[in-house]
Design a protein around this ligand. Structure first.
Ligand code: G6P
Length: 616
């Protein structure tokens, strides 16, 4: 939610900032802005609307500065206007900054500053930060020059309640940059004679892969050709430099029209990466390097609580079906935002598992911290290498799905399902799952990427089906057992990218209410791949058929479905129940993609959404 970037180096900053913002646009795209240092002043250019509008404005200016900051916004405080777009400048003109996060006590700070002559020109909470730093900067005038700027940011942050990733410039020190973070990501990129600060490595990956992930309550000061990191309490921090192994092609479209489609087609690769090196030599179980729990400790677990948000929550629900079925451990699934405040009674042998693609979702992070505060061990499944959740978890499993740029999650979802199946296999083999059953699951997982390729061949068929339903206003997604989470995800995906109202239900629940919605105008999309309940699912289809609604059904290719029962069939390969949901997820992704594009929407940047939500 909001992408920020800062640059100091020897090259023209505006081009680097705009490229970085383009790559981080998924984090927010309501409005954008950059500020660069031009000889003796900051040049500030902002625009409401997408990045194209800013680029157009910037192209009309002569900007040669080699230091600057940029922002792409997902509005929280204040409407989507140019005035509210970042960067924000202090009213005395000394400080300019970009901010990702929320200042909870901004009203009190604003009042304090107002009484001291600092004025605001926007409705944002971020502008008060610029004024607060300027206020401390003025107070620090006795200090030796080199520490004055940094010290003013540090002192200001002591008074801030809330979350922030910040990049700050000061008019008196145009070759310096200060960054700070608390619960919003900030990464330092170290290039050849140049430094970057950004919310995501994607913001500068074309120029350097040498990075430092800042921790909460740390400030970084880039000055001249060097940098230093201190804590809010002024201790020097010895940071660990890391090399990210991203390939630039993973953050580019490479001939695809949208990232969403590229990422749907990248799923065989993402699944292979999730599984690589994680099967035992005898092929009967999985293993994970980072759980930080011995088999003996895991054997003692008698309940697993999964937490996540959005699509990751749907993956948690699938994990419940898989782990209960194959590992026979009771599982509960919680919305992270609810779990955090619910104070659910938990017993000592519960294990908490959080699932988050980005590893930065604040609700999930807060749920994790709450569980840890109570003394529970929390493991994380995340794609966000070096993310807040990855770093604060007691152990976990990296997805290795590569960057996911499309706001609607696709490859990260199936990769989470794959890891849930592997975890079910691993935990099951620590309990009662037999060698033979373990081998069957491991074998099914190995076949999976190839079977996903088969499903992807249905793309044109699914586009044709979508074209017949593109004008509908409502849709039901229905599935039983392990197909139920896929039905929920199908409805979520359709809502996200096509703005069609959709509901996901357990098929049998449909007759307890939603059936009232059924008309010829409300198609039903069935996920009918659960073998055990197939006949019952057919009965549910009859109930809908009798009321005149069209039916689309995803079935396995060996299914004898009466032709008269459905209007459109999508037949996918039959697979082991542990992986069948993964194969069923792909048609719903493709269907949503085509519905969205046929209706003329930018599926990579759906209205009102942001990929990484770092506010509660
Ligand atoms: C946002 C996104 C969703 C995503 C959810 C959880 O709401 O729009 O697509 O599923 O956050 O994100 P996470 O990074 O925690 O998986």
């Amino acid at each position: 939610m909001c992408g920020i970037i800062g640059y100091i180096g020897k090259h023209i900053a505006k081009d680097i900032l705009l490229e970085g913002l383009r790559r981080m646009e998924y984090r927010g795209y309501d409005s954008t802005g950059i500020a660069t240092w031009e000889e003796s002043r900051f040049s500030l250019i902002r625009s409401a609307g997408p990045l194209d509008a800013l680029e157009e404005k910037v192209s009309r200016e002569k900007l040669f500065g080699t230091a600057g900051i940029g922002h792409t916004r997902w509005a929280t405080h204040g409407g989507v206007t140019e005035r509210n777009a970042h960067p924000h400048r202090s009213s005395d003109g000394k400080i300019i900054l970009v901010h990702n996060g929320v200042v909870e006590n901004f009203a009190a700070i604003r009042e304090f500053l107002c009484a001291r002559g600092y004025t605001s020109s926007s409705e944002t909470d971020s502008e008060v930060l610029a004024n607060l730093i300027a206020y401390h900067y003025a107070k620090e005038s006795h200090r030796v020059q080199c520490s004055r700027f940094l010290e003013s940011v540090r002192r200001a942050l002591f008074h801030v309640r809330g979350t922030y990733g910040l990049v700050v410039l000061c008019a008196d020190f145009p070759t310096e940059m200060v960054g700070a973070r608390s619960s919003s990501p900030l990464i330092l990129g170290i290039g050849k004679d140049e430094y970057f600060l950004a919310s995501d490595v994607a913001g500068f990956v074309s120029r350097t892969r040498d990075v430092i992930f800042l921790n909460d309550n740390e400030l970084v000061h880039v000055h001249g050709d060097d940098f230093s990191i201190i804590s809010l309490n002024r201790e020097q921090i010895k940071a660990v430099r890391q090399a990210v192994d991203w390939d630039l092609s993973t953050v580019e479209l490479n001939g695809y029209k949208h990232f969403m489609l590229k990422e749907i087609f990248d799923q065989p690769n993402a699944l292979n990466n999730a599984m690589r090196g994680r099967f035992s030599a005898d092929g009967s179980t999985a293993h994970f390097g980072g759980l930080q729990m011995s088999p003996r400790e895991l054997r003692k677990i008698d309940r697993v609580i999964f937490c996540g948000c959005g699509t990751a929550w749907c993956a948690c629900l699938e994990a419940e079906y898989l782990i209960e079925r194959f590992a026979r451990i009771p599982v509960e699934v919680e919305y992270a935002s609810e779990f955090r405040y619910r104070n659910a009674p938990m017993d000592r042998n519960s294990l908490v598992l959080v699932v988050s693609q980005s590893g930065e979702t604040l609700d999930t992070l807060a749920a994790m911290r709450e569980a840890q505060r109570k003394g529970f061990r929390v493991l994380a499944i995340t794609n966000g290498i070096g993310s807040s959740i990855a770093r604060e978890a007691d152990g976990g499993i990296y997805q290795h799905a590569g960057p996911e740029i499309g706001v609607a999650s696709t490859k990260a979802f199936t990769s989470q399902l794959c890891l849930a199946a592997m975890l079910a296999l691993y935990l099951g083999r620590l309990r009662d799952l037999s060698f033979e059953d373990g081998v069957a699951i491991a074998e099914a997982l190995r076949q999976l990427p190839q079977q996903v390729l088969e499903v992807l061949k249905l793309n044109d068929h699914i586009r044709r089906i979508a074209s017949r339903y593109q004008h509908c206003h409502d849709m039901l997604f229905l599935g039983r057992q392990s197909m139920f989470p896929i039905a929920l995800e199908g409805a979520l995906k359709l809502k996200e990218v096509s703005y069609i109202h959709a509901e996901g239900y357990a098929s049998a629940e449909m007759k307890h209410g939603p059936i009232a919605l059924i008309t010829e105008e409300c198609p039903a999309f069935f996920l009918a791949c659960d073998g055990i309940t197939l006949e019952k699912t057919f009965s549910n289809m009859h109930e809908i058929r009798a009321r005149g609604a069209p039916i689309i059904a995803v079935v396995t290719d060996d299914c004898q479905i009466p032709a008269a029962l459905v209007d459109d069939i999508i037949a996918i390969p039959r697979a082991h129940p542990s992986v069948q949901p993964i194969l069923a997820a792909i048609p719903v992704q493709l269907f949503a993609y085509h519905m969205g594009t046929l209706r003329g929407h930018n599926v990579d940047k759906p209205r009102n959404l942001a990929k990484s939500v770092t506010v509660e």
